[in-house]
Design a binder for this molecule. Sequence first.
Ligand code: SF4
Length: 280
Amino acid sequence: MFLAIGISVLYNYKKENLEVKEITTNNAISESGITDYCINPYAGCQHACKYCYARFVSRFYGRKMNEWGKFVYAKVNLPKLLSTEKKLKKPGEIILSSTTDAYQPLEEKYQITRKVLQELLSEERFSVVIQTKSSLVLRDMDIIKSFGSRIKVGFTITMNDEMAKLFEPGASSTSQRIESLRKLKENGVTTYAFLGPLIPGVSDFEWLVEQVREFSDYIYVDKLNLRPGVWQSLLPTLSEVGKLEEVRENLESNSLYYKEIKKKAKELSEKYKIEFDVIF
Ligand code: SF4
């Protein structure tokens, strides 16, 4: 599914010491456990979130899981492939993206996601969900608005600006994400906030809800999930902020921290008449 061929360019990306390659992929649309389908315009992600579960993708490209955030492969032929592949698929909902962020900074240069949206706009059998941590999504407001009710845009928001700098170093700041959510809502787009993974001692759930509730049609809530490689990646930052023990003690869904979140979500849903989906 992640097989890619025909590597054409290799260079360091600006000062980030990020390795960027342009590759060709052999499929545009994949089946997804989140929605019906997913499209991942890139392999790898510059946002480099410490808790990212998608790091398992590294091995499909001959990379190690601890190299996540240090390489990005841009699937430059994907929009062209999509133009024919989309006609062969049954109708359904497509998420952008499941194992990368379709609006990471390199998208400004490559515009693969923009071209994907242009392809999907004319194919009315598909609806689209965009979930991102980047304000760059606002660049495509023109196309997004043209989808009407066939599109939803969600922002993943997990912690305040100060913490996000450490845990999500390459993403737009939390304040920028909230502001982008507001702009999308103001433009009549269906929006949601994905509050997760909530990290014990790091994420202040009630504060997050207060920041996003006015600009979100609904809110997802998720816990920290320690998929392969995640704990090793998180450990140094959790130690740095002095939250290692608190996280260790609250990893399970029935821990004090997550039980309190479930309770609060119910209360806040009733108080603000907004739908919450707690997915743990
Ligand atoms: S933005 Fe998403 S895909 Fe990218 S590193 Fe963060 S969690 Fe992973």
